[in-house]
Design a protein around this ligand. Structure first.
Ligand code: ZN
Length: 296
């Protein structure tokens, strides 16, 4: 199966409620995605209906450990899939300690060659963990229980070089931005979907427009923490999410999310959630109806 996308006809509801009330009543066959408030960085935990787990990025430090303690079984220290969108510190640093403490099934990487201390420690921790490793390319897919799946749509062979200079966190030998090597993928469960874009910028968004209606997703994990160089109007129009979720730290030094980007979301009447203000953001879907809950 390569890049199969569903037609979206699901109902959608936004609500603010106390989680434990909701969770105690949750029926079976619910997919859960927790957008964790880990400060300035990304960390999203996905739990499939039968309990398989996937962690997308680990945030900038060990705050994610405390979050996982809250959302995962303390007895079974296991995460089935870890996906690192790209090796910048605000995505990779928190994964190092997770790899040391958890049994991991598969680690998905973008193949970028970046020589930073964080990323070197991460790669060592992957090796010591013994997890399988997949270098992601468009067309790869991870299949979970209940036909939930994660389809990778970027990077592909045309994405340009993935080799970067020395300790540079920015531009590589070919002028490529590490952010644009981000793994972009779509989580699909029934008629429900979330598009995860890592820190990809306009350049990648424009390239992805060839997917047309297949980009359409109920929820967009907003690219690059709401930077003004991501979430173009044409991309937002193509994805047409009902909700945009920004993973961002309070009072971060980058000014994320950018007011210009927020105003673009408003043009499409998207519901905006952001971890700096809402804390952890929980999405529950049965494949038809979706609810979003915020911690605050
Ligand atoms: Zn980032």
């Amino acid at each position: 199966m390569k890049n199969k996308f569903s037609i979206l006809i699901g109902l959608f509801a936004i609500a603010s409620a106390v989680w434990f009330l909701v969770l105690s009543q949750r029926p079976g066959r619910i997919l859960e995605a927790d957008f964790l408030d880990v400060g300035q960085g990304d960390a999203i935990l996905i739990k499939t209906p039968k309990g398989q787990t996937m962690l997308i990025d680990g945030g900038p430090g060990n705050k994610v450990l405390e979050k996982l303690g809250k959302y995962l079984s303390p007895i079974k220290k296991r995460i089935d899939v870890i996906l690192l969108t790209h090796p910048h510190a605000d995505h990779v640093a928190g994964l190092i300690e997770i790899l040391r403490r958890y049994d991991i099934g598969l680690v998905i990487l973008n193949g970028a060659d970046l020589k930073t201390d964080n990323y070197n420690q991460f790669l060592t921790a992957v090796r010591d963990n013994g997890a399988e490793v997949l270098i992601a390319s468009a067309g790869d897919a991870v299949h979970f229980d209940e036909n939930a799946e994660f389809d990778i749509i970027s990077p592909d062979e045309n994405s340009g070089g993935r080799v970067f200079n020395g300790k540079s966190e920015g531009f590589g030998a070919n002028g490529n931005d590490v952010n644009d090597t981000s793994i972009v993928g779509k989580l699909i469960y029934g008629d429900f979907s979330i598009l995860f874009t890592g820190d990809a910028t306009f350049k990648i968004e424009n390239r992805l427009l060839v997917y047309g209606d297949n980009l359409k997703s109920d929820i967009l994990k907003v690219g690059h923490h709401g930077s003004k160089y991501s979430s173009s109007l044409s991309f937002l129009k193509a994805v047409s999410p009902k909700a945009a979720i920004v993973e961002v730290g309070a009072k971060n030094r980058y000014g994320h999310p950018s007011p210009a980007t927020l105003s673009r979301f408003k043009m499409f009447n998207m519901n905006i959630f952001r971890t700096d203000r809402n804390g952890d953001i929980k999405v529950l879907s049965d494949g038809f109806t979706t609810n979003i809950y915020k911690e605050k």
